[in-house]
Design a protein around this ligand. Structure first.
Ligand code: ADP
Ligand code: MG
Length: 458
């Protein structure tokens, strides 16, 4: 029996012991990569899935495999597909999934929520029905509603700014989703500015710049997220400026977000700045306590999780500056209680959150970071700190550098030094790269969260 058959047979058994939705959620895109001296290596799509399978289903999986092949003594998990593909559950699952949607649990629902529409690039989870409005985002929300009523007329462009994790992306995507809902033929494109820049670089290389321009100029609504990054290069600003004008002249709506107002983006060209200032500018501030509480309750309701009032209050009191972190704290508390099979109460909430809120930075060290990362990615600690360019080591190493920078506030030269005497520019490059990826990848956000939890836990 080859490894694919073995895995399929094992899955058939595993499926019996799990609810269908859990099965779909956690065994999506898994497979056996190889079996070596009695150890089967199971590949999973991300660290999140690996953590979960390792903690919750290790035994179940091992049992199922051993019932079919007693040669296997243990299993290991690895992230990612082995080179050459390897068998996977995916195609089969996607087929089944279509008929199963109404039946998905929160876990599965969450995965599904992350699927972005291929044409518009919009994420269907960003809608107004789950967007909480309070005094902190009232103006931005009202401006968004006006745009929906009369796109391309009065509030053009709409420029939304505010700090990290305060709902800019959610709001501007919700406008896109709402407009499509109301006008099925309306052409919307959402693009983070970094992606836009990447596409331009790629198009220039392949001499397809005209096609790219056409693509962006054929839309009714262009949503450009995190425009501040574009301001770093003149070439990109120029490209964007021309696209902007082409759309603007046709009365097409443009929505822009940024971490600060136009006048505070120092490298922003004057002609773009005055364009932005000619539209509507609205900020998103910090939610007050009551609003934080409402947001938490809304999230719990959507996930259909019962949570005691004092736990809500505790989270809302402790996490103030970032709605993403508010949500993250809630998820971690729920997850911790599921993993440990303990009730979700104020004590367990305190345990999970205090690790985070009063993160005792002085207790963590470079060693701890390296250890946690090596464990998470299942590589040797020494592979992280050598100069090897093997692909398996590059990303974990970059994350290690990133965490040293952000959790320990180490200097770039000293980070470079720790990783095989690399130059400080390498450290800067790594930290920036991970920082950029973090802004667009939920998967990476989760991986790093799990790693951080590990670092701060013991
Ligand atoms: P930003 O783009 O400003 O960094 P996001 O839009 O990515 O922030 O929001 C971070 C997280 O918080 C998302 O999961 C989003 O759904 C949630 N969120 C933000 N604002 C709200 C809100 N007003 N109501 C409900 N959820 C929100
Ligand atoms: Mg954003």
């Amino acid at each position: 029996m080859d490894k694919e058959e073995l895995w399929q047979a094992a899955l058939a058994k595993i499926e019996l012991s799990l609810s269908r939705p859990s099965f779909l959620t956690w065994f999506q895109e898994t497979g056996i990569s190889h079996i070596d001296s009695g150890v089967a290596t199971v590949f999973v799509p991300n660290g999140f899935a690996r953590e979960w399978l390792q903690n919750k289903y290790h035994k179940t999986i091992l049992h199922a495999i051993r019932e079919i092949s007693s040669d296997v003594r243990d299993i290991h998990f690895m992230i990612g597909k082995p080179a050459g593909g390897g068998p996977s559950l995916k195609s089969d699952l996607t087929k089944k999934k279509r008929t199963q949607d109404s039946y998905l649990t929160d876990d599965a629902q969450q995965l599904k929520e992350f699927t972005v529409h291929p044409e518009t690039n919009l994420n269907p989870r960003y809608v107004f029905s789950n967007f909480v409005v309070g005094s902190f985002n009232e103006l931005a929300h009202a401006a968004a509603q006006s745009v929906i009523k009369n796109p391309g007329t009065s509030y053009n462009p709409l420029f939304i700014y505010g700090g990290v994790g305060l709902g800019k992306t959610h709001l501007i995507q919700a406008i896109g989703n709402e407009l499509i809902q109301q006008r099925p033929n309306y052409k919307v494109k959402y693009v983070p500015s970094e992606k836009f820049m990447g596409e331009i670089v790629e198009a220039l290389k392949n001499q397809e710049i005209n096609r790219l321009k056409e693509k962006y100029r054929a839309v009714d609504l262009l949503i450009m997220d995190d425009i501040q990054f574009i301001a770093r290069t003149e070439k990109m600003q120029e490209e964007f400026f021309h696209t902007f004008n082409a759309l603007y002249e046709k009365n097409k709506q443009i929505i822009i977000s940024s971490d600060r107002p136009p006048q505070a983006i120092s490298t922003l060209e004057e002609r773009l700045r005055s364009r932005f200032e000619g539209g509507m500018i609205a900020d998103v501030g910090l939610p007050d306590f009551e609003t934080r509480l409402t947001i938490l309750k809304t999230k719990a309701e959507i996930k259909k999780i019962a949570i005691p009032e004092d736990v809500f209050v505790f989270i809302a009191e402790n996490i103030k500056n970032n709605i993403r972190e508010l949500e993250g704290a809630l998820n971690r508390i729920v997850m911790a209680s599921k993993l440990s099979n303990k009730p979700l109460d104020i004590d367990s909430a305190k345990r999970v959150i205090s690790d985070h809120v009063s993160a005792p930075k002085k207790f963590i060290s470079a060693r701890k970071i390296i250890k946690a990362i090596a464990e998470f990615y299942e590589i040797e600690e020494r592979d992280l700190v050598t100069r090897s360019r093997k692909k398996d080591f590059v990303k974990p190493r970059q994350i290690a550098m990133y965490l040293m920078r952000h959790e320990l506030e180490s200097s770039y030269p000293s980070i470079g030094d720790k990783f095989g005497g690399r130059d400080h520019t390498t450290a800067i490059h790594s930290c920036e790269k991970i920082g950029r990826e973090l802004r667009i990848s939920h998967e990476l956000q989760e991986e790093i969260q799990i790693i951080k939890d590990r670092i701060y836990l013991d």
